[in-house]
Design a protein around this ligand. Structure first.
Ligand code: NAD
Ligand code: MG
Length: 398
């Protein structure tokens, strides 16, 4: 029987790649619901092609969408609104698979709703897991959800882990013969920039990633290495391993997508051309494999694989994220909120690139940390951290 899919964030980079895979396998998957925050014309094109039953947009886009639906004879598609709409489609009884591809904290509640409804959740929205860590993982266990990583590194690690890994106790220790996780990082567009050069880089330069084509926010995160910091936290939660067993390895070619080391001296790597369609297809079909248009690696064309240690003097964001994971509690949510504010300020040219980690660090110093006991406390920490980070941005600018 065909699987019914809900795509949260369908107009984004991950949303589009997901559609590409679904289009290739119409007999296996149908699109039940899609959501978008902007780009209504693109959304309408998607609706014309994939005929979802439900669409979710924010309140200020409903009129425009209705008008377009009228024009295109798409009035039979139900429109739901805002966060309540996102949650409703994420937990909808007719949905089997939820692609969580909203960017940032906005994806937390819908992703959690999908987990609590026991869906297969394809997790691209790493910020949701960074914020809610233990609560999200516990909910996945309690509600029998399959939380499968789409982030290329975590998908690679998932592929390299041994059978039975997820049945073992979740105690932060390496288990089932695993000794260490090697999380690879491309190093981003400024890998070889000096600190002085980093001070003057522009949003356009930061958004031009050497190997991957992605949304603006994650592109900036890749350039500061905060993306790797968020991914470090993501890995600790997904694989129930404490941060001292996760090493970040800069590998500029992005051919190896991450590795798992074993106690017998083995290192397993997952390799492939850098295209998100591969991890999306893997998570969608797991434990089976389905075809994608991504060509197999031609190793004769990829002459060189380089590895180096990350430089946390030029890229302090990675260190801040590791410290936030060590501190635990609300620290990762505070880090994430401050980073979202700082990245938006950088994209609006209100602060310099090198000020992004400074805003994050100062926010972490100013917001009190405590145990992340409930989603309400996490959302409150997110709000407080955003307002403090915003204030720091304003003070820096004046
Ligand atoms: P994007 O900016 O291209 O798309 C984001 C999507 O979320 C869009 O559909 C947008 O309409 C929607 N959205 C934005 N703000 C929203 C809000 N406030 N409420 C509801 N919806 C909102 O982002 P992307 O690059 O596709 O990334 C999506 C997520 O996947 C991010 O968490 C990112 O870290 C993660 N991810 C992306 C890639 C990649 O290659 N792009 C790789 C790994 C992980
Ligand atoms: Mg990644």
């Amino acid at each position: 029987m065909s699987q019914s899919v809900c795509i949260l964030g369908v107009t984004g980079s991950i949303g589009q790649s997901t559609l590409k895979i679904l289009q290739q396998h119409p007999e296996k998957y149908s699109v039940f619901a899609v959501t978008a925050h902007s780009r209504i014309l693109e959304l309408v094109e998607i609706c014309k092609q994939y005929r979802p039953k439900i669409v979710v947009v924010p309140a200020n886009k409903v009129a425009e969408l209705q008008q377009q639906f009228q024009k295109q004879d798409l009035n039979h598609i139900e429109i739901l609104i805002g966060e309540a709409g996102l949650i409703a489609v994420a937990e909808h009884p007719d949905v089997d698979v939820v692609m969580a591809a909203i960017v940032g904290a906005a994806g937390l509640l819908p992703t959690l709703a999908a987990v609590k409804a026991g869906k297969r959740v394809l997790l691209a929205n790493k910020e949701a897991l960074v914020m809610s860590g233990d609560l999200m993982m516990q909910a996945a266990l309690d509600y029998n959800a399959q939380l499968l990583p789409v982030d290329s590194e975590h998908n690679a690690i998932f592929q390299c882990l041994p059978d039975g890994y997820f049945q073992a106790e979740r105690n932060g220790q390496p288990k089932q013969g695993v000794s260490r996780i090697l999380l690879t990082a491309s190093g981003g567009p400024f890998l070889n920039h000096s600190l002085e050069q980093l001070q003057n880089v522009t949003p356009a330069q930061a958004c031009k990633h050497p190997n991957w084509s992605m949304g603006q926010k994650i592109s900036v995160d890749s350039a500061t290495l905060m993306n790797k910091g968020l991914e470090l936290i993501e890995a600790c939660h997904l694989f129930a391993i404490s941060e001292q067993f996760v090493t970040v390895v800069v590998h500029p070619q992005s051919i190896i997508h991450s590795m798992v080391q074993y106690v017998d001296g083995s290192t397993l790597a997952q390799m492939g051309n850098p295209d998100m369609c591969t991890p999306i297809a893997h998570a969608l079909a797991w434990p089976e494999r389905i075809q994608t248009h991504v060509p197999a690696l031609d190793l004769f064309m990829n002459h060189q694989l380089d590895f180096q240690e990350p430089d946390t003097t030029r890229f302090p964001a990675l260190k801040l994220a590791r410290q936030a994971m060590q501190s635990g509690g609300l620290a990762p949510a505070i880090l994430n909120a401050a980073n979202e504010v700082a990245v938006a300020a950088f994209l609006n040219q209100a602060i310099a690139f090198t000020e992004i980690p400074q805003v994050v660090e100062q926010t972490l110093n100013q917001v009190e940390n405590s145990a992340a006991e409930s989603i309400e406390l996490i959302l409150q920490a997110d709000r407080v951290a955003r307002s403090i980070a915003q204030q720091i941005v304003i003070n820096n600018g004046s």
